[in-house]
Design a protein around this ligand. Sequence first.
Ligand SMILES: NC(=O)c1ccc[n+]([C@@H]2O[C@H](COP(=O)([O-])OP(=O)(O)OC[C@H]3O[C@@H](n4cnc5c(N)ncnc54)[C@H](OP(=O)(O)O)[C@@H]3O)[C@@H](O)[C@H]2O)c1
Length: 258
Amino acid sequence: MTIGFIGTGEITKAVVTGLSTAEGEKPVILLSPRNADIAAELAATFDNVAVAGSNQAVIDEADTVCLALRPQDAEAILEGLNFGTARHVISFMATFGVERLKKLVAPAMRVTLATPLPAVAFHGGPTPIFPPDEDVVAMFAPLGTPVAVETEDEYQALCVATATLAGAFAYYETISDWLEAKSVPADKARAFSGAVFYALAATARNAPDDSFATLTGHSATRGGTNEQVLKNLKDDGAYQALWKALDGIWDRFEAGKS
Ligand SMILES: NC(=O)c1ccc[n+]([C@@H]2O[C@H](COP(=O)([O-])OP(=O)(O)OC[C@H]3O[C@@H](n4cnc5c(N)ncnc54)[C@H](OP(=O)(O)O)[C@@H]3O)[C@@H](O)[C@H]2O)c1
């Protein structure tokens, strides 16, 4: 089984690292030559990884081809390539729907969308998948939690939710920066803000049946400091802004469907 990647950037690096460090037999991996530094680093690190001479060589030599190009570059690059009829194409590219991709990779007919998160590198990422292709589920199972869904709208909604990572990190960055402004040393500020972040994640993970509203309620003691911060953020429209941002990403996906 040879898995090819066209677009050797951040997400390809994470997926290739996850696949090459998972238990069991490793797939043979063939990378597009660009980005040259990342491709060379991955090939030097893992015995099962090689760099192809061109994007077309990736398609010709791999059984399955993963597309991880930046959305704004993808169309022009894919239009210059020939996909064989038998190729299974897995696209990681945000905003590209199945129908649009099928036109770009014709005559290949088997197209699956997947959105891995960077945490797949250490086998801890949820990966939305559509349509629910069992080979793609098997590929991502060692990398965390595959989430195969039956409709493209559900897949799109999960992808929109994955656009919140940078905003969530920036929330903890703000807390860390505020601690520093209060003279907490930078390394302690980073460590403490991170520890709060991990504790919250562990709390949510250990109570999978509690809604987020329940978890919020448990954290906001009546008349306490958590309640005050929550109220201030709500009054200032922080959560409405997040909702609006999610709607904006949904609209961007809608525009990229065909
Ligand atoms: N990052 C994430 O967490 C994440 C998660 C899920 C899905 N995605 C999706 O995955 C795609 C890639 O994201 P990314 O963050 O990995 O972006 P990225 O780091 O910018 O990677 C894109 C790669 O494509 C390469 N490239 C440019 N022109 C090329 C060409 N003609 N042929 C082959 N490769 C070429 C770039 O090389 P150069 O560096 O030389 O320009 C770069 O290495 C996007 O569509 C994104 O929506 C990203």
